[in-house]
Design a protein around this ligand. Structure first.
Ligand SMILES: Cc1ncc(COP(=O)(O)O)c(C=O)c1O
Length: 361
């Protein structure tokens, strides 16, 4: 079976010596490797102020808190995502308000966001779903117009860009995930990036029990709630080794994605996700839109190619019952949706076979 997602580990010869060194260094908690990883990640992906975290979910919780989201506030979000995007909003006691999604991309629809803004809206949380950038220019315009924060969930979209800028740098906050099956994994981990450098101290305190590293424990006075969300040196070491090879991995996702864009455009009953013309997706998984997604899924699975919808619209979960509303764009998108593999493990022969099965099926 060609899987839809796959763990990418660096070669043993590069990873194991680095891991052995850190594991027996006597310094395995947050320390120099974490700060080096932050600096290297910033350099590689064009970010400025970033903190490495224990997960993308922790980074989302931090972004929402730094944006001032609290009980009684509303956060406009997308139902077409992995659940942590939205459960994190509940951590702060805020209400999830669904924006409808654009049936052509699965991403949050800016017109719908505009319709959902109220005096209680504190933030807009967009996801670059499956690696395809959301309509950031329009979302940022709305956020600025209403004085609310724009948070970019970039968990699926490492390496993607919008108007020649790295995703994660257009909103006020961006988050990344280095969980097992993302473009890049540190086994588990995440990263928060933020535009306002004056929030650095608050972000660091949030990530580690409400304290700053380096301040003597006997003298510290905790004044705000913090969590155990920091990355440790072991995960950061894996991240540092991953960064040496990440460009090749990302390039192959994009190459495969563009191959499918070109090959599938002429097949009747089949379309694929589209985003703004000045957006460059990083194709974590490839998003097909089919007149009959069920049949195409069956044909691919029978040919040994994993294909599925992968996620459940979050609006269907009971925990979000208070947020229910009509989402016709989501209904259309989800009915037509089918994800197929397009990552670094998909060879030239694999991708030709995938197109062949779709064409015949
Ligand atoms: C869109 C999205 N946001 C957030 C997360 C949370 O990331 P993590 O698993 O690193 O907490 C994930 C992945 O699980 C995700 O797919």
């Amino acid at each position: 079976m060609i899987p839809i997602v796959k763990v990418a580990m660096p070669p043993k010869s590069a990873l194991m010596p680095a891991l052995e060194t850190v594991l027996y260094s006597g310094m395995i908690a947050e320390g120099e490797s974490v700060y080096q990883f932050e600096a290297e990640f910033n350099r590689k992906f064009g970010l400025e102020h970033s903190l490495a975290m224990s997960s993308g979910t922790g980074a989302l919780h931090a972004a929402l808190t730094l944006a001032g989201v609290g009980p009684g506030d509303e956060v406009i979000s997308t139902p077409m995502t992995a659940e942590p995007t939205n459960t994190s909003i509940l951590y702060n006691g805020a209400k999830v308000v669904w924006a409808d999604v654009d049936p052509a991309s699965g991403n949050m629809c800016p017109d719908s966001v505009r319709q959902r803004i109220t005096s209680r809206t504190k933030a807009i949380l967009c996801v670059h779903y499956a690696g395809y950038p959301a309509r950031l220019a329009e979302l940022k315009r709305i956020a600025d117009e209403y004085g609310v924060a724009l948070i970019e969930d970039c968990a699926h979209a490492l390496g993607a860009s919008y108007q020649n800028r790295p995703i994660g740098t257009i909103g006020h906050y961006g988050i990344y995930s280095f969980q097992a099956i993302k473009h890049m994994t540190t086994v588990d981990g995440g990263l928060l990036t933020f535009a306002d450098v004056s929030q650095t101290e608050a972000a660091k305190k949030f990530r580690w029990f409400g304290m700053l590293k380096g301040v003597p424990r006997t003298e510290v006075d905790i004044t705000s709630v913090g969590y155990k969300y920091n990355m440790n040196n072991v995960n950061a070491t894996i991240g540092l080794v991953q960064l040496q090879n990440i460009s090749a991995i990302l390039d192959r996702h994009v190459e495969n994605g563009r191959f499918f864009d070109a090959e599938l455009s002429s097949i009747s009953g089949i379309d694929f996700a589209r985003c703004d013309t000045d957006a460059v997706p990083s194709y974590w998984i490839y998003t097909l839109l089919c007149d009959d997604s069920h049949s195409v899924e069956k044909a691919l699975n029978s040919a040994g190619i994993s294909a599925s919808k992968l996620h459940r619209p979050n609006s269907l979960h009971s925990i979000f019952a208070d947020s229910r509303c009509d989402l016709p764009g989501l209904d259309t998108f989800y009915t037509r949706l089918l994800h197929i593999p397009c990552g670094w493990w998909v060879s030239d022969e694999d991708r030709a076979r995938i197109v062949d099965v779709i064409r015949k099926g």
